[in-house]
Design a protein around this ligand. Structure first.
Ligand code: TXA
Ligand code: MG
Length: 299
């Protein structure tokens, strides 16, 4: 059913270990255009292609020796949610890369996504399955709320809960923090990764100052909730909306978007979130919270 839908040039929402994706056949222009239309996504914002093997990745991207080693380790040997940006090689719908000479490639490990791509035999272009600039969905119900008419493959709750980390493999820059920690990448590479992104260098809207945002204001590093604020806690037991009673960052990452989504659909007017340690997955959690809390009028 999912394969027929893709073959017809229609969209399918797929579960991945990070967040749900809104997938189209990456070789079909009209299908890819539907992604931009449905999400209300600017066409200058390129998409990630999802593959089911290194061989498939190498048909569309040019892998240096270093990029190949990273892919082999983080996709096959020690699977992590890591997207690699490499020079574009094979022909793909130009809408996917938004005209860039590079392409972002990811190897999802969720069994449903993996099996679908493997059987389909072609890469799937897929951004997160939400209306642009809102929270990424981490379960099938949330996808359906965004897109009631969409065919959704239900694969349960996403285990990671945050989008993949995006690594540019030429200059070794992290373009987006995500489910694969900087520490893991640095351990493997044996060097510190460059982090010098400034707003001028934004090349991917995942880096925009306001993004991944709920409908109501978010206040970070709060020590207690103010009147009308939902209280999102970390490491202090079951108080408020607990991301993790015991202070486990993996659990907090997995619960972050679903907690914010639950609150934005309730009667609270604002959200206050306790400080989350900026280490390991805490870096990506803080990154999402920062973009969620950035007020539109500030920039
Ligand atoms: O975990 C994920 O990565 C999820 C799941 C569905 O795979 N996908 C996801 O896609 O988060 P999306 O479209 O929401 O975010 C992809 C980001 C965008 O910020 C886009 O600008 C960036 O990847 N991107 C895509 N191609 C790029 C390229 N060639 N160079 C730099 N950034 C790129
Ligand atoms: Mg997204």
């Amino acid at each position: 059913m999912a394969r027929q839908t893709l073959l017809r040039g229609d969209l399918v929402a797929i579960p991945t270990e990070t967040v749900y994706g809104l997938a189209a056949d990456a070789l079909n222009d009209q299908a890819v255009q539907k992604i931009y239309d449905l999400k209300g996504r600017p066409s200058i914002n390129p998409l990630i292609i999802h593959v089911s093997s290194l061989e498939m990745a190498m048909e569309y991207g040019l892998f240096s020796d270093a990029a190949y080693e990273i892919a082999h380790y983080f996709w096959i040997q020690n699977p992590q949610p890591l997207t690699l940006v490499v020079p574009l090689k094979g022909s793909i719908s130009p809408l996917v890369t938004a005209g860039l000479p590079t392409i972002a490639i990811r190897y999802p490990h969720h069994l449903t996504a993996h099996t679908l791509i493997q059987r389909y035999g072609r890469p799937l272009a897929a951004p997160s399955a939400n209306i642009s600039n809102t929270l990424s969905p981490t379960n099938a119900e949330r996808v359906q709320q965004h897109f009631p008419d969409l065919f959704v493959l239900d694969g349960g709750c996403c285990q990671v809960g945050l989008e993949s980390t995006i690594l540019e493999t030429h200059s070794f820059q992290i373009l987006r923090h995500g489910g694969c920690t900087q520490e893991l990448l640095e351990d493997f590479l044996g060097k510190r990764l460059i982090e010098n992104l400034t707003p001028d260098q934004i090349c991917c809207p995942g880096q925009m100052r306001r993004h991944y945002a709920p409908k109501i204001p978010v206040r970070m590093n709060a020590t207690s909730p103010l009147e009308g604020e939902a209280w999102v806690t970390f490491g202090i037991g079951d108080q408020g909306f607990s991301l993790s009673p015991d202070g486990d960052l993996k659990e907090a990452a997995a619960k972050l978007f679903q907690t914010l989504a639950f609150i934005e659909n309730s009667s609270y007017q604002r959200i206050a979130v306790m400080a989350i340690p900026p280490i390991g997955l805490g870096v990506a959690i803080n990154d999402r919270l920062k973009r969620a809390s950035f007020e539109i009028f500030q920039g």
